[in-house]
Design a protein. Structure first.
Length: 132
């Protein structure tokens, strides 16, 4: 986290994301019986957010296993949740409106492939900074 804080990497919500990750890290560190936040999961999350800087600021939480989870939720039919499992792998769930129905899908893929997998669902219409 500190490495990222001092890097020249740019994203519109960098300070807010870092503050939340520090809070989660501190929370996990306060209780020696809790699982610590996974550095690989944190790194994957930060890399994903950098590579997808058009996404709005997500809600950020941690799983009981120490993985970072990000969620973009506009309403009950517009929801993207991602759990960062390691440096290169993530698990996702998405609900997205499609012409005559709501598509609900989930899967596991590489961090770099998620946006292309989700492209047909046009999440940029509701999960980005410029979404209406």
């Amino acid at each position: 986290i500190n490495e990222f804080r001092h890097s020249s990497a740019s994203m519109h919500n960098k300070a807010e994301v870092l503050e939340r990750l520090v809070q989660l890290n501190d929370f996990c560190a306060d209780d020696p019986e809790d699982v610590q936040l996974s550095p690989h999961s944190v790194a994957a999350c930060l890399q994903f957010l950098l590579d997808n800087s058009d996404l709005s600021t997500p809600e950020i939480a941690a799983t009981s296993g120490g993985n970072v989870v990000c969620q973009w939720r506009k309403d009950r039919n517009r929801n993207l949740t991602i759990e960062f499992l390691s440096d290169a792998i993530l698990r996702y769930v998405v609900f997205a409106p499609f012409p005559d129905e709501v598509i609900r899908t989930s899967g596991k893929c590489s961090v770099r492939d998620l946006r292309s997998i989700l492209a047909p669902l046009q999440i940029e219409r509701w999960a980005t900074c410029n979404a209406v």
